[in-house]
Design a protein around this ligand. Structure first.
Ligand SMILES: *Cc1c(COP(=O)(O)O)cnc(C)c1O
Length: 546
């Protein structure tokens, strides 16, 4: 008699893709995926969300426990699909919420393949040809941003935050040699602009420098770091005998696609090294997790304009190019394929101009006795992760092959064209004002004003004149109300999903400026999706004033 567990084991084995070729079973697997997709499809409507948004019952969630028996693959699928209900559809032409792209079919297949066979990118013994894929991606993107590919190096890591962490960590090792082994005995500071990503605080905290060691440099009206102020603050640190772990230069801020003047910041760095005879070069990390994709326009023929973008679009693309083509000046660059690269989370690459920089965080072999005894490609000897998934790499590679440079030009060009169109519409209306008119990116920040307000003057007055503090506050409230209405409507399937930012900038007298935000990142957004934004916003205004 066979043991009872044996019967159960047989059913459990059916739940795995078969290790030995079995076409009949493959079709069961694919069919199960199809059924999941069918079930998700049933949640689709005209609305930009799947199924319904219902209130989330966390108390009930806390009652979860492991049940005695299991479920079938089909039952589990139904369970899983239920968790998708209420999600925003990032590709929907009415979704303009944030920097969340819809992933392509090829990138999803990349993730699936890497999940099926579970390569671990720490060591080519466990990842084999996926190690090549990572090296190819490093070479391809190094060329794209203008690094010398034979000198450059890089790794995929756990997100844009991870890429900045690497930049700052390597910089810390340069400023305080041996910190990896001896810890951070003396402090060091990190510079970043006030429009840079908040992960700077997290990184400084986790590196043991402390979030208070971040020096936040103010920005100009275009959300770029004020280089003069940076120079003064950096000189101040060095005069006091302090050290600079890293200078984070943001190439495409999250909220407003602000672009720092990388060349000027690098020049200040070089000047300070000279002036203070520093024994190290403060590390310049370009946080280009959003902006990197614009480097496909580095060699675009702007005069001939073969893709036929409109003049306003061309101007914005050429403006961004001015900043982005200098990316090679940075010591390291952070790239998110899960943002402007149309890959699913997580797909992030940190590139170093000099591969040798990575040697600064190499661990000694003795610390890892059961790994890396042979072979030549062993990123696991310096990566922050131990197990490192291949999905992000194959997803990124898939999209680079799928689109080519031209495909990315088309998508980026289109989303910029659509945001320019939105700005035209909003500017053409006398109750709305665009805050980041001159900006080159796909995000539009705007405010709506009550009837009777002169929107030509109010923007300037609110942001510079302290006498307008209360007016600014009340208009902030007004814009929150507009947002609530638009959001509510969108969730009901009417209109577009936008975002709200609590602080687009602070006014000259220190008051936050609230703004509505349209972040266009879906290739499916078209003129109709632009018009609907304007209609909804005006409708909101009428409702509020009724
Ligand atoms: C999104 C973002 C980050 C953080 O990236 P994650 O992938 O979310 O960790 C860092 N910097 C900028 C400019 C970003 O937009």
């Amino acid at each position: 008699m066979t043991a009872p567990y044996r019967d159960l084991l047989a059913t459990i084995r059916v739940c795995f893709p078969q290790p030995i070729s079995n076409r009949v079973h493959d079709s069961y697997f694919v069919h199960s995926v199809m059924r999941a997709m069918d079930a998700v499809d049933a949640l689709k409507s005209e609305r930009p969300i799947l199924g319904q948004r219902t209130p989330l019952d966390y108390d009930k969630a806390r009652e979860a426990s492991l049940s005695e028996g299991g479920m079938s693959v089909e039952e589990v699928t139904a369970e899983l699909v239920s968790y998708c209900s209420g999600l925003t559809i990032p590709g929907h032409p009415h979704t303009q919420q944030n920097v969340i792209p819809p992933p392509t079919i090829s990138s999803l297949i990349g993730v699936l393949l890497a999940s099926l066979y579970n390569p671990n990118l720490g060591w080519d013994e466990y990842s084999h040809r996926l190690a090549l894929a990572e090296v190819e991606m490093v070479a391809m993107t190094a060329r794209l941003v203008g690094y010398e590919p034979s000198r450059a190096g890089g790794v995929f890591t756990f997100g844009g935050t991870g890429t900045t962490l690497y930049g700052a960590k390597i910089g810390l090792e340069k400023a305080i040699p041996g910190a990896m082994a001896s810890g951070v005995q003396e402090g060091a500071v990190i510079f970043a602009s006030e429009s840079s990503h908040y992960c700077r605080y997290n990184i400084a905290g986790w590196l043991g420098l402390g979030a208070n060691s971040v020096i936040t440099v103010s920005t100009d009206s275009r959300n770029a770091m004020n280089v003069e102020i940076f120079r003064e603050q950096a000189r101040g640190v060095l005069q006091r005998g302090g050290k600079i772990a890293a200078i984070i230069v943001t190439m495409g801020t999250t909220d407003a696609f602000g672009l720092d003047d990388l060349a000027a910041i690098v020049a200040v760095r070089d000047e300070l090294v000279e002036e203070f005879q520093l024994p190290y070069q403060p590390h310049v990390h370009a946080d280009a997790v959003i902006g990197w994709a614009w480097s496909v326009f580095n060699d675009y023929d702007f005069e001939g304009n073969p893709l036929g973008f409109r003049p306003r679009t061309l101007r914005a693309l050429a403006g961004a190019r001015l900043a982005i083509h200098g990316l090679y000046l940075a010591d390291s660059v952070g790239i998110d394929f899960h943002k402007s690269g149309f890959a699913p989370y997580i797909s992030s690459l940190v590139l170093f101009k000099n591969y040798d920089d990575l040697a600064l965080i190499h661990r000694p072999q003795e610390q890892m006795p059961y790994l890396y005894q042979f072979g030549t490609h062993r990123p696991g000897m310096y990566t922050v992760e131990t197990s490192r998934a291949g999905g992000g790499i194959l997803a990124a590679l898939a999209n680079m092959k799928l689109f080519g440079k031209q495909g990315l030009q088309v998508i980026i060009g289109h989303i910029v064209e659509m945001s320019q169109l939105l700005r035209e519409h909003l500017e053409g209306n006398n109750s709305t004002t665009v805050l980041n008119r001159e900006n080159f990116g796909p995000v539009t920040l705007f405010r709506v004003y009550p009837r009777g307000i002169d929107t030509f003057r109010i923007k300037e007055e609110e942001s510079t004149d302290v006498a307008y503090r209360e007016t600014l506050q009340s208009h902030n409230e007004y814009n929150r109300k507009v947002f609530q209405y638009v959001h509510q409507e969108a969730m009901e399937g009417r209109g577009a999903v936008l975002s709200l930012t609590d602080c687009y900038r602070v006014s000259d007298y220190g008051e936050p400026i609230v703004a509505l935000k349209s972040f266009i990142l879906s290739p499916f957004v078209d003129e109709e999706g632009i018009e609907v934004v304007v209609q909804k916003v005006l409708e909101a205004r009428n409702r509020i004033e009724e």
